[in-house]
Design a protein around this ligand. Structure first.
Ligand SMILES: *Cc1c(COP(=O)(O)O)cnc(C)c1O
Length: 256
């Protein structure tokens, strides 16, 4: 799979047959869960995207998942994310999608703008501005063509350390993002606060998302639900569940 004659990004050794078997079973189980959740909610499973979160797992796992039919992945950290996206696209093809789901540091916004198909985690005007500038640079350098799709991350537990914009500031942030060249406001994202039961916070998130859509008609994407709470998210209208552990297993421990 890797090309010995090139010094470009490489995915390294392919996943072992045991690992491929493990991923095959776990992916099938996650897809079944998503389909069952959609049916329970009276929704069409085809309208809910399964974003496979591969952070901290090797590029060889991503390639194995592409072979199993996955086309879009979530990553959370630069520079690991950009390297992995480049390696996988070089090994497979450049239409494999990678989304940024983690906190974007301003000084890394330009590198994110080079590889990301969508950013789920815009939670401050300064980050939106940095991404918009990054899109300009990436376009000048020929690293991207179109605008960058973004979601505003909503914070429901009032703890700013966990990321996301608090509800009081949501409308202003959304208006700001919508006014930036280079970014396209596509919807909202939420992460479960620890302080509520999933069903309760999901209901609140859905209300906040509806408020966003009433002001921005095209911002219909609702990125909600992870391994532990995807059923609640689907019941409340999620259009994209971000599933890591349930498919890839526990994330390998990493030194900082
Ligand atoms: C890691 C992560 C996920 C995946 O979580 P799991 O519980 O492993 O499915 C989803 N969303 C975000 C923002 C994450 O950082």
């Amino acid at each position: 799979m890797s090309d010995p004659g090139s010094d470009g990004p490489s995915v390294g050794d392919p996943a072992s047959p045991e690992r491929v078997a493990e991923l095959t079973d776990a992916l099938a189980a996650a897809r079944d869960r998503l389909t069952a959740a959609a049916h329970d909610a009276g929704r069409d499973p085809g309208e809910i995207e399964l974003l496979v979160v591969t952070k901290f797992h090797p590029a060889s796992d991503v390639v194995a998942l592409v072979d199993l039919g996955c086309r879009s992945f979530g990553e959370s950290r630069e520079p690991e994310a950009g390297r992995k996206a480049a390696a996988v696209r070089a090994a497979v093809d450049d239409t494999v999608r990678f989304d940024m789901i983690g906190t974007v540091q301003r000084r890394k916004a330009t590198s994110v703008a080079r590889w990301a198909d969508r950013v789920h985690s815009v939670d401050r005007e300064a980050v939106a501005d940095a991404l918009a500038r990054g899109v300009d640079v990436a376009r000048e350098d020929g690293d991207r063509e179109g605008p960058l799709d973004v979601l505003v991350q909503i914070n429901l537990d009032g703890d700013p350390d966990r990321g996301g914009v608090v509800l009081d500031d949501l409308d202003a942030l959304a208006d700001h993002v919508a006014g930036l060249d280079g970014l396209r406001l596509r919807g909202s994202m939420v992460i479960a606060p620890q302080s509520h039961t999933p069903a309760r916070w999901m209901e609140q998130a859905a209300v906040a998302h509806a408020r966003l859509v009433s002001a921005h008609r095209d911002a219909t994407e609702f990125s909600a639900g992870m391994s532990g709470d995807l059923e609640d998210a689907v019941r409340h209208g999620s259009t994209c569940v971000r599933v890591g552990t349930a498919i890839l297993g526990e994330r390998p421990l990493r030194s900082p």
